[in-house]
Write a protein that binds this ligand. Structure first.
Ligand code: 6GU
Length: 226
């Protein structure tokens, strides 16, 4: 899968994909991430990419021309299956969307800044608008990094048995159960007996019960979803 990202702060996206699982995904050739500095498509000598908003009010808006030119140029090389705009007024990102996006071949992500991008770009080019939660970040870059990470780890061959996504929180609308490692007795605090007894069926039951309990307490909303 290739993910192209249009941003005014490419520096923010340098590090997140150079470590751990994302690094492995890239080294194995399963994931390619390319960032593109929007200023490359600025249309005047001031390298301007934002402007005042019509109707007045505080905050700048990202101009349509540089974005349209950037998208058009990147589209010459490939057809994007999705053009995603990262914005706090988008649809909430979740595991279901991550699963769906992990099946695509080419994705383009546009990071918003300031008051956002001109509405006409959203109407003309964008196929999906994503928010990562009900709070405001100063730009879409960190949110884009979250989405790329969530998608990247799902690509076939990226995870192994140790890091398997099968038992992640949310994969079945349940939070993950508690986990323990050695020692079995940590300063008098003991690992639940059932995990030490070696009965896989009992372990499975216990984990499911713990998952349900956690989900009821912390995220009852998940239990109402289909
Ligand atoms: Cl995608 N962008 C920004 N700027 N803030 C956010 C967000 C995105 N998702 C949640 N807050």
């Amino acid at each position: 899968m290739t993910i192209d990202i249009i941003t005014v702060v490419p520096e923010l996206l340098e590090s997140p994909f150079n470590h751990s699982i994302m690094k492995r995904a890239r080294e194995k050739g399963l994931l390619t991430v390319r960032t593109h500095n929007l200023r490359k498509w600025a249309i005047n000598k001031h390298m301007q990419v934002d402007d005042y908003q019509f109707g007045g009010g505080a905050g700048m808006v990202m101009m349509p021309e540089p974005l349209a030119n950037a998208i058009n140029e990147l589209q010459q090389d490939k057809k994007f299956d999705e053009i995603i705009y990262m914005t706090p007024d988008g649809v909430s990102f979740n595991q279901k969307t991550a699963n769906l996006l992990s099946m695509k071949e080419n994705i383009l992500i546009i990071c918003g800044h300031y008051k956002g991008i001109d509405e006409r770009i959203r109407q003309t080019y964008v196929t999906r608008e994503i928010s990562i939660g009900d709070y405001v970040l100063s730009g879409g870059e960190l949110a884009a990094a979250v989405v790329v990470d969530a998608i990247g780890r799902l690509l076939p061959g990226v995870l192994n048995d140790e890091t398997s996504a099968l038992f992640d929180s949310f994969q079945d609308n349940l939070l993950a159960p508690p986990v323990y490692t050695r020692p079995a007795d940590f300063r008098g605090d003991k690992v639940p007996e059932v995990l030490l007894q070696g009965d896989p069926k009992k372990v499975e039951e216990w984990r499911h019960e713990q998952s349900l309990q956690r989900t009821k307490e912390r995220r009852p909303d998940l239990l109402d979803e289909e």
